[in-house]
Design a protein around this ligand. Structure first.
Ligand code: GLA
Length: 741
């Protein structure tokens, strides 16, 4: 019975039920450079044109990369038996940069604008092209040769079509309607709001059904069905209160009366596992911190509890100062060594103390992975100083700083288009006062991060540091920078010219170059390499004195991305991480993200987000929050501020987890902790909830059973005699295991 109910999940989560009748699926086309109006005609003889692959830009296929104008032609014959349904869909993949598309000489679509258009040239290089034509259109020649002719304009390299090639098919319901959901408040409770709309000029009759289901036993908590006629440009809305219980699932289904096809959207309600913090002071940060001799100290003790709170120390080493109001430690110490002292935090409810050690030494930076915020995953290139300040202020006000989040890092897009005549880098109009921003962050015990590239340009097309490394490092020092993300990107152009791509040293050289100037500055600048893992950067990151190195390309807020970047790419990297240098699987994709002015909730479900944060903690990864903190909701706040989960990430032993065993969809990741226990993540990567027994993996974990078991998210001790739990689809059980002696 249980098995049957659990597999219900898989059925529920199948996004679309329908069919799509394919008329054409190909990557091959005829191709020519140049631009003549007759190229669009069916009868035009293209037999002398060359063949080309539409899934790759023409630059990779022997076409002069400077080419601006070109045409593609694709032939196909739709059979008379294919004449079913109402619309035909043409999926063309993406096109660099502008296209005008014809079927048998008749225009069926355009994306972007050509230099000759009245609006002038504008690129739409990343937009997938999808055009529709009614099935009864005269443009379609049933049973005969048809030609799709695509006129392209390329503004900048690379050029032409790329993606999956071209497909033509009869539109199914999922092509014609869109059904989405988002979280909403319904009757004062957590809920989901559904929007159903028609993308084509047709009326569709059908049923919209909503269901709230308990995934543990299949029980339906609430449901409704509504008959409707969906009309173009008249979206239909529906909503349901879904609560905040673990393992529930809200499903909205629209079924087309005529064809019986249906589309679904699924929402897993968010649920909070982290228990509320006590009102009394509680130290949440590890009792160690390291700086280089003579570097300024900017450190904030992370203590939760009701405010106001006061901080004191009776044995503070000479040269240090503790701000009694916010727990910010400042000052500097010239002599290498270990400096232990005690800090007391007090509020109206009680007090707490921490025995702390400040390590001073050339090799003492980044003793634990950095925690903080970066602007990229939320604001992308539209970051501004005000947006940085509002996230930094919220980091303090919402209490994230009480859990050790300290870095405030500006990613790309702070740079002005030109340097001064002397070659100094300058900020653009969005950042009126870098030095002031740095001072304000430091006064609050936060740290200031920035972004650049060893190339002439950054990934976003802003100025990089090439040939100005020393000047830039000096500017960073003037502004009070504590973290540099140094992103390969534009260096590619130079690297190709070097013609020595085969040597690892050519990958190391630009990073070594900047390292010299960074380390000459009289302050500690966390050195974060970003080159997507090329040439096994984890093997030589420490040789360029880096404090972390990105191991992969960019993360996005989807489960396939978390699977690829986290679960797949981090296997086997554990030996390379440790105090001073960390593997970086990219920033967190929780909360409101969007890489632009338009932010939206992370597309990861609640369970996927628990898995994401659990894995990143186990991996001793950089914990850089990627969302707008000023808009942080309770769910995300509790996800990021669980002191026991964060303690795994920050454990002073600095041993990263590795994959211990893989058992079907279950992956077991584990790392030893400094207190002799083992942190274990039991992940269910499958599409169905399933029961997992930890005992099965004791041998793989190298232990002879558990003397103690703690559920880290829920912060409760568990019964060691029954180490079995239901782990939901894409979910996790994060444990601290005390091995039996
Ligand atoms: C690259 C990096 C991202 C971000 C952007 C900025 O894609 O991998 O993390 O820094 O550049 O342009």
């Amino acid at each position: 019975m249980k098995r049957k109910l659990l597999s219900l999940t898989a059925v529920l989560l199948t996004a679309t039920l329908g069919f799509a009748q394919t008329l054409l699926q190909t990557r091959d086309a005829k191709f020519t450079i140049g631009d003549k109006p007759e190229y669009k005609q069916t009868e035009f003889d293209d037999s002398s044109w060359r063949n080309i692959d539409m899934s790759r830009n023409w630059d990779h296929q022997g076409v002069d990369p400077e080419t601006h104008e070109a045409w593609y032609r694709i032939h196909f014959t739709p059979g008379n038996n294919d004449k079913k349904g109402e619309y035909i869909v043409f999926d063309l993949g993406s096109i660099d940069d502008v296209d005008e598309t014809f079927l048998n000489g008749e225009k069926i679509g355009q994306t972007g604008t050509f230099p000759g258009d009245k609006e002038g040239y504008s690129t739409a290089w990343s937009t997938p092209r999808r055009y529709f034509l009614p099935l009864n259109s005269k443009a379609i020649r049933w049973g005969k040769d048809n030609v799709i002719a695509i006129r392209c304009y390329n503004g900048n390299q690379p050029g032409g079509m790329y993606g999956q090639g071209v497909s033509v098919r009869v539109a199914d319901l999922a092509d014609m309607v869109s059904l989405t959901n988002k979280s909403a408040t319904v009757d004062g409770k957590p809920g989901s709001k559904v929007e159903l709309s028609c993308k084509l000029p047709v009326n569709i009759q059908g049923n919209l059904s909503l269901q709230l289901i308990d995934l543990a036993d299949g029980k339906v908590f609430d449901s409704s069905v509504r008959k409707l006629t969906l009309r173009p440009n008249k979206p239909v809305f529906a909503e349901m209160a879904v609560g905040d219980k673990e393992n529930t699932c809200f499903v909205a289904t629209f079924t087309d009366k005529k064809t019986g096809q249906s589309v679904k959207t699924v929402y897993e309600p968010k649920y909070i596992l982290t228990p509320a913090a006590p009102e009394t002071p509680r130290f949440n940060t590890v009792p160690v911190y390291g700086v280089r001799p003579g570097s300024p100290v900017h450190y904030r003790f992370g203590v939760s509890g009701v405010k106001p709170m006061t901080f004191s120390s009776t044995d503070l080493p000479a040269g240090l100062f503790l701000n009694p109001e916010n727990g910010v430690l400042s000052g500097k110490i010239e002599k290498a060594g270990e400096y232990p002292f005690t800090v007391k935090a007090k509020n109206a409810k009680g007090e707490a103390t921490q025995n702390f050690t400040l390590y001073v030494g050339d090799d003492k930076m980044a003793l634990t992975p950095p925690m903080g915020w970066n602007s990229w995953n939320c604001w992308g290139l539209s970051v501004t100083q005000d947006r940085v300040i509002s996230s930094a202020q919220a980091l303090i006000d919402k209490g994230l700083a009480d859990y050790g989040y300290a870095y405030i890092n500006i990613d790309d897009a702070w740079e002005a288009p030109e340097r001064t005549p002397e070659g100094k880098i300058v900020v653009n109009e969005k950042f009126p006062d870098m030095k002031g921003l740095g001072d304000w962050l430091h006064d609050n015990g936060l740290k200031f991060g920035i972004y650049s590239s060893p190339g002439d340009l950054t990934c976003g097309g802003y100025l990089g540091s090439l040939d100005h490394e020393q000047q830039d490092a000096e500017s960073y020092n003037e502004w009070g920078i504590d973290y540099l993300k140094y992103d390969w990107c534009g260096y590619n152009t130079k690297h190709v010219k070097e013609r020595d791509r085969a040597t690892v040293s050519s990958y190391i050289r630009p990073y070594l170059h900047m390292e010299k100037y960074l380390r000459e500055q009289p302050r500690d600048i966390f050195y974060s390499l970003c080159q997507y893992g090329m040439r096994d950067v984890w093997k030589w990151g420490r040789d360029v004195d880096a404090n972390s190195w990105r191991t992969t390309g960019d993360i996005v807020d989807t489960w396939p991305s978390v699977l690829e970047i986290g679960f797949k790419s981090q296997k086997g990297l554990a030996p390379y991480a440790g105090p001073g240098g960390w593997n970086d699987p990219d920033m967190l994709v929780v909360g409101k993200v969007g890489w632009s002015d338009n932010l939206r909730d992370s597309r990861l479900t609640a369970n996927e987000q628990y898995s994401h944060i659990s894995l990143w903690s186990l991996l001793a990864s950089n914990m850089l929050i990627g969302c707008d903190i000023s808009q942080l909701d309770d769910f995300t706040l509790n996800l990021l501020c669980n002191n026991e989960v964060n303690a795994i990430n920050q454990d002073v032993l600095g041993k990263q987890a590795d994959l211990v065993t893989e058992d079907g969809d279950i992956q077991v990741w584990a790392r030893p902790l400094s207190d002799g226990t083992i942190a274990v993540g039991l992940f269910n990567l499958g599409e169905e909830g399933t029961n997992v027994n930890l005992g099965k993996y004791y041998k793989a974990l190298g232990i002879n059973g558990a003397a103690g078991l703690r559920d880290v998210w829920r912060q409760t001790d568990l019964d060691t005699s029954k180490p079995e739990w239901m782990i939901p689809r894409h979910g996790v059980r994060l444990l601290k295991v005390t091995p039996r002696k």
